[in-house]
Every structure is written in structure tokens, then in C-alpha cells.
Design a protein around this ligand. Sequence first.
Ligand SMILES: [Mg+2]
Ligand SMILES: [Zn+2]
Length: 243
Amino acid sequence: MERRTYTKEDLLIFCDFDGTITRRDLGDEVFRQYMPIGTLQRQLLGRELTIDAYWRSLCAALPATATEEALRSFALAEETDPYFRPFVEFCRENSVPLHVVSDGFDVYITPLLQREGAAEVPRFCNRLVFGHNTPEPIFPLASESCSCFCASCKRNAVLSVSATDSIIVFIGDGYSDFCAAEHADVIFAKAALAAHCTRHRIPHHPFHTFFDVLRILKKLINEHALRPRHQARLRRKEAFETE
Ligand SMILES: [Mg+2]
Ligand SMILES: [Zn+2]
């Protein structure tokens, strides 16, 4: 394997939104404020519903009061990781491309990113289209080729912007992060994603907040310890070839 030195210029960062940038999972919470969602959630967990069918059922059941403005204000009352903002500033100052990847919806992601000084950060997520009736969910990143159970495939988002020799950093916490993390060189993981990485012996950095992420990332940069992960590169190559 080649022994070149990788620097911050080689980095591409991908970051989950719900439970990673926010404390709670807003994808569920925005709907839960209007109706009980337990039955649909159980069907989703039992794989009786696909995730896009789950979102469609929730959207169809929204009352007329669930306007775009109402969902935006609900989102803006939400707490985010207080260290996310300094993390965004670090990326901006160092010209490190940062992307948000989410299986949730633009209607709550965009206002929160704007509030946190990250308005310009590109986002790969599902969209809600507000018309005359209930909002219609659309899934621009649905994947046929990935085995993940997601409406918005994060692996495909990663592959769509990555050069083959980039060092891909992935930060996340949940099930929808598995496929992208498996294709990433440096993984920051908590909760279900950390458990998944441990179970599959995928090297990762456990973290609680972006304070940890920033500290570890700076250390990797300063100590010239950024390395491609062999398994991740193989998987990316394989995915590129089969896409
Ligand atoms: Mg999450
Ligand atoms: Zn996927």
C-alpha cells in the first residue's frame, strides 16, 4: 500500500443530522407533535413498511395546521450540539468540504443549519413539497443498488461527491448511517452506529459531542495520521464499478 502523507486538503466530511447534530430525532418528533406514531413505527421496525411508505403514511395523516411554517418553527425550538458551530467554523477556515447527509427532511434540517451558521453546507436528504393538501415526501436519493433500508441512501451521497483518493470522514449515530460508514476511512460513531462498528470490527472513534470530533480530527491532521482505510477503499471501488 502506498505511504503518501494525507493532509486536511484530502478530507471530505459527511455528517448525519438527527441525533448527531440535534439531540433528538426530529424526523419522528415533527410528526409526533400531531399524532401518535407508535403503530407505524412498529410496522417499520418489523419491516412491514419500507421507510418511504412510513414517511408517506405519516405525511398523509398530517392535519392542515402542519404548514411549512409550523414545521420550521417546531424545528427552531430544538437543541443542537453546542460544539457543532465551532466544528463548522473549523471546516470553513480550513476549506474542508462538509456535507450533511440525512434520511430526514429538508423542512427542519435547513432552518437549523441556517441558525447554526451552516447555511451554505450542502445537504443530501429527503424533501417535503407543500401544496394544497398534505405535504408530499420526495426521495431524490433512493437507492436500488445499496442494501441499506433507507429512503435517502447516504452511501450514494458519499460516492457522488468523492474522488477515489479522498479521505472520507463520516460522523453519525444510527441505522441509516451504516452503509455510508462502511465506505468511510475515518468514522466517528455513537449509539447504534458505534455498536454496529464494534460488532463488525470496523475501526471507529467513539464520540459524545462535536467537541470530541474536532479534538480527534485536529490530532489526526497535526500528527499526519490520516490514512485511507483499506476495506473502505475496496468497498468504494466495488460500488463505483457496480453503479
Ligand atoms: Mg441520526
Ligand atoms: Zn445505502
